[in-house]
Design a protein around this ligand. Structure first.
Ligand SMILES: Nc1ncnc2c1ncn2[C@@H]1O[C@H](COP(=O)(O)OP(=O)(O)O)[C@@H](O)[C@H]1O
Ligand SMILES: [Mg+2]
Length: 609
């Protein structure tokens, strides 16, 4: 009794099968081709089995889900059992297609020949009676075979299927070519991308993408890239694609046993044959692996590992493709490493160079200052004596002549200019005098009050007010009272001078947390003209001044005093855009830094007025 759908014969079958062949010709991938073949033939009422030959072993690629056929398979131990043997019998010895008129009997016979395999009668009764088997060739080599089953297959159908398998073979060849071409294109694109990527490229992302491409072109489920470290003889994992399990964790870094420091030849084997913890690797579902050593000019640079979760070993062209791509990746990494290293070397060199420059400048400055100190001391000595005479004579002249009008004006002018000269000499001496800094616990408020008084005396502009503010009680602080006063006078005088039309100078002292301690912080804030860009850069340099009668020594002295206290000085434009605030900070320690420059010789003997 026929259980199959009625089958066309003759021209009808030929036309129908040709249509399937035409549909198959239009496919672009082997997977699609196999599905189109299976579905197309099934639609004609046939049962279909398509097997492929992989390294001498037949494997199932497509099978109609007919319970009878499945039953037969189960009877033979399933796909992984006897089926390859059966397929071998059906196609292996036959040069061309053949009709098997009583398939159940043939299978039964075959099973008995194998020795004792029992086929369930269910399987045999449900299965179509006849079959046509035809081996499938691609490019002259056997690719596999096609079995169609139906109750009503005849002798004259055989030639139709012979024709069909011929067309199928051609289509397969085209698809194989297509797939190879696609892989090659992806490979070339990757090689190109790796080759043109600059050394600064984000090579982690690039590596990951590259591994994805390698996985596609080698039909792997996972790809892992290790870099070889020559210094430690170790392989270090750079990226893993398609896997993240315990094996990836375990092989983050590894070295080979002594005597075998590097891998030389690619290894493509089933997982069980790998010289590693194969249980761990198999735990991630891999059945086949290829381990591809990467070398550049004979030297090891890395390792590319491919993993496949389906049961198909890696072929030579796939391993070769992995090698080509892997070497490109290794070269990229090497470039990136060299780039990083050269960057580091350059930074080091630049640092040493800058340091040398600074040291040299410092040396020059010290030498200049030392020479200057000597000169200033000599000059002060020479100038102060005649100055003393001028002051004395002026006082006497004024007393004797009681001048009025022009003569009074002229005598006053002489007095003012002599004063100015004296100030310059005083500033110079302040600047070059070697300090013997004595830090004692001093009350801060009186020092500031003294400084304000002294500054007020030397500042002529009556429109300038100096206010002080102490937000909270200040404890005695380790300072040199005399030098702090001198520094503050200089800052307050500068502040007053910055306000030719008058204004307020605010002097404020607080305790502030700084560098892990509580520092004394004194701010001198004015509403003046503000610092010019040039002054910001140069104001601490001796002799830098923007004033017609300035000496440019005030801030240089302040800086020296602050340095000797191991303190800090900063200047900043006020937030409201008017004026400047100078901030000096002193640490709560009794430590000092040698504040003296080379002492001038001979030491000045003339007292200041
Ligand atoms: N409070 C301030 N506001 C604006 N500019 C200032 C202030 N303090 C100092 N400067 C600038 O820094 C320069 C150097 O100051 P200083 O060393 O005291 O020398 P001098 O007062 O003799 O010019 C000044 O000429 C001035 O340009
Ligand atoms: Mg000044």
């Amino acid at each position: 009794m026929s259980r199959s759908k009625a089958l066309l014969h003759g021209d009808g079958l030929l036309t129908a099968v040709t249509d399937v062949a035409l549909a198959v010709q239009r496919t672009r991938s082997i997977k699609e081709l196999i599905a189109t073949t299976g579905h197309g033939l099934e639609a004609l009422g046939l049962q279909v089995a398509l097997v492929s030959l992989d390294r001498g072993v037949f494997g199932m690629r497509y099978l109609s889900a007919h319970p009878g056929v499945l039953g037969v398979l189960r009877g033979f131990g399933g796909d992984a059992g006897r089926w390859p043997l059966l397929a071998g019998t059906l196609f292996g010895t036959n040069a061309g297609p053949m009709l098997i008129t009583d398939m159940p009997a043939a299978l039964q016979e075959y099973a008995e020949a194998l020795g004792g395999t029992q086929l369930t009668s269910d399987a045999l009764t449900q299965m179509p009676k006849a079959a046509i088997t035809s081996p499938l060739h691609v490019g002259g080599a056997q690719w596999g075979g096609l079995v169609v089953l139906h109750d009503d297959l005849r002798d004259d159908d055989v030639s139709i299927f012979r024709l069909f398998t011929l067309q199928l073979g051609t289509a397969l060849e085209v698809c194989t070519g297509f797939e190879r071409l696609e892989r090659r294109t992806a490979e070339l694109e990757l090689v190109h991308e790796l080759a043109v990527s600059g050394a600064q490229a984000d090579y982690a992302a690039l590596c990951h993408r590259a591994l994805g491409t390698v996985a596609r072109t080698t039909q792997s489920d996972a790809t892992i890239f290790h870099r070889y470290n020559t210094d430690t003889d170790e392989y270090l994992m750079v990226e893993a694609f398609g896997t993240s399990g315990p094996a990836v964790g375990k092989y983050q870094r590894f070295s080979l046993p002594p005597g075998q420091p590097v891998l030389v030849a690619p290894l493509a084997v089933p997982v069980a044959k790998l010289p590693v913890d194969s249980a761990l690797v198999a735990g991630e579902g891999f059945l086949h692996m290829a381990v591809v050593p990467l070398t550049i000019e004979g030297k090891p640079v890395g390792l590319l590992t491919l993993g496949r979760r389906r049961d198909a070993g890696f072929e030579d062209p796939e391993v070769r493709s992995a090698e080509i791509l892997g070497v490109q990746m290794a070269a990229l990494l090497e470039r990136a490493r060299l780039y990083d290293e050269s960057g580091r070397l350059y930074a080091d060199l630049k640092k040493s160079y800058d340091e040398l420059g600074r040291t040299q400048q410092e040396l020059v400055r010290h030498e200049k200052l030392a020479a200057l100190g000597e000169l200033a001391a000599v000059m002060a000595h020479e100038v102060r004596n005649p100055l003393g005479v001028i002051f004395n004579s002026l006082t006497t002249l004024k007393r004797l002549l009681k001048p009025t009008g022009d003569s009074e004006m002229l005598l006053n002018m002489v007095g003012e200019e002599a004063d100015r000269l004296n100030r310059i000499v005083g500033d110079l001496l302040d600047f070059v005098r070697p300090y013997e800094l004595v830090k004692k616990a001093n009350a801060v408020e009186p020092i500031i009050a003294n400084a304000v008084d002294a500054a007020a005396q030397s500042t002529l502009n009556a429109n300038v007010r100096v206010l002080t503010e102490f937000p909270r009680e200040l404890p005695p602080f380790p300072l040199d009272a005399h030098l702090l006063k001198q520094a503050l006078v200089n800052l307050i005088v500068n502040a007053a001078q910055a306000m030719p039309r008058g204004g307020t100078v605010m002097v404020e002292a607080t305790l502030e947390p700084h560098q892990g301690g509580t520092w004394l912080c004194v701010r001198v804030r004015d509403e003046g003209v503000g610092l010019t860009q040039r002054a910001t850069e140069k104001m601490f340099q001796p002799f830098f001044t923007t004033k017609a009668t300035g000496t440019g020594l005030g801030l240089a002295v302040v800086k020296r005093i602050v340095d000797a206290h191991m303190g800090e000085i900063t200047a900043r434009a006020n937030e409201d855009g008017h004026g400047t605030t100078f901030t000096v900070r002193f640490p709560p320690t009794h430590e000092t830094r040698a504040g003296s420059l080379t002492p001038p010789k001979p030491s000045p003997s003339v007292p200041r007025r």
